[in-house]
Design a protein around this ligand. Structure first.
Ligand code: NAP
Length: 318
């Protein structure tokens, strides 16, 4: 019987449809990541691996993977996996595109709205018993309607965010390496160079994958170019941002606020400098975290593994 190893505890009922066909084992903890030693040992025996973005699958890990045919990553991003090392060993890597697009776009917009309208700050204000009166500028924030949103990375999620922005009457700019004329026609979005997007957007939203080219693409120079009233939102990967430069841009008033779902080093601790600033909203990497979407993502990973181990092409190869 072929073996599947799952690097995090997932509900038994998701595994059940595959349990007669495969010997399935999983890491017993839901909230604690697998340690590298166990991963190395389990990968040595497995034919299929279901893994997460917290688990680095690199050259060293794969060196013991003598039977492994498929790695299914429970995310659309796959920067935790050394694709070259996998390819060298003919191991197929799959991800979960499309199924998380709308959910992640919802979260992106929730982060944009809560940063602009200071929702988290307002909640703390009420909780701390500070609400004693009404005053004209109490917790006054920034408008969203009719403002300009600049989306860096007009891919699947970028387009879904653009649709939401259109509903708010926003002007929509985008930047990619290549123009998307279909999206321009369908969504009324306008292509601009990166620098122009930074200079003219009220909201700058980062939705590019993490690659050597996008690493720290938002650094001191980028923040300096933004409007002082600009709000920066990152739902892509933390490594696309120089957090030190972001912190300084915020405290020096070069930009107004930011909303972050992802960080250079995750998880962040409660003394993280960005968390100390009122104008920053921090979330624990929950972009695709709706119950329905996470369930669909798990099912897609298991189907991809089943397809490959049955000699078929996977549904969503990287
Ligand atoms: P996608 O469809 O591949 O879109 C990525 C876009 O980025 C593409 O349009 C691509 O266009 C553009 N891009 C790539 N490299 C670029 C560069 N160097 N400069 C400018 N643009 C660049 O991916 P997606 O499904 O929308 O997901 C995007 C990312 O969001 C994922 O890779 C993942 O890291 C992140 N994500 C995070 C969460 C979360 O929980 N926070 C959830 C889902 C996804 P060109 O090729 O034309 O440049």
């Amino acid at each position: 019987m072929k073996k599947i190893y799952i690097t995090r505890k997932i509900p038994e009922e998701r595994i059940q449809p595959f349990s007669e066909k495969y010997a399935i084992e999983m890491w017993p903890h839901e909230h604690q990541p697998i340690d590298q030693d166990t991963l190395n040992r389990k990968i040595a025996e497995a034919d299929g691996l279901l893994t997460l973005l917290t688990d680095p699958v690199n050259e060293e890990t794969l060196s013991s993977a003598s039977n492994l045919k498929v790695i299914a990553n429970l995310a659309v991003g796959f920067d935790n996996i050394d694709i070259t090392a996998a390819k060298k060993r003919n191991i197929i890597v799959t991800n979960t595109p499309n199924v998380l697009t709308e959910t992640t776009a919802d979260l992106t917009f929730a982060l944009l709205l809560s940063t602009a309208r200071r929702i988290v700050e307002a909640q703390k204000f009420v909780e701390e018993g500070k609400w004693e009166n009404w005053s004209p500028y109490l917790l006054a924030g920034s408008d969203i309607y009719q403002k300009t949103i600049g989306i860096v990375g007009m891919g699947r999620i970028g387009e879904a965010v653009a649709k939401r922005a259109a509903g708010f009457g926003m002007k929509i700019l985008y930047h990619n390496r290549s123009r998307k004329e279909r999206a321009e026609k369908q969504l009324g979005v306008r292509y601009v160079e990166f620098d122009e997007l930074l200079k003219t957007s009220d909201f700058v939203v980062c939705l590019v994958p993490f690659t050597p080219k996008t690493k720290r693409m938002f650094g001191a120079k980028a923040f300096h170019m933004m409007k002082q009233s600009a709000i920066f939102i990152n739902v892509s990967r933390g490594q696309n941002v120089d957090e030190h430069a972001l912190y300084h841009a915020l405290v020096n008033g070069e930009i107004k606020g930011c909303g972050l779902d992802v960080f250079e080093q995750e998880p962040i601790k409660k003394d993280h400098p960005l968390l100390q600033l009122d104008q920053v909203v921090c979330l624990p990497h929950i972009g695709s975290a709706s119950i329905a979407t996470r369930t669909t993502m798990i099912d897609l990973c298991l189907e991809n593994i089943d397809f490959v181990l049955s000699g078929l092409s996977p549904k969503t190869p990287v």
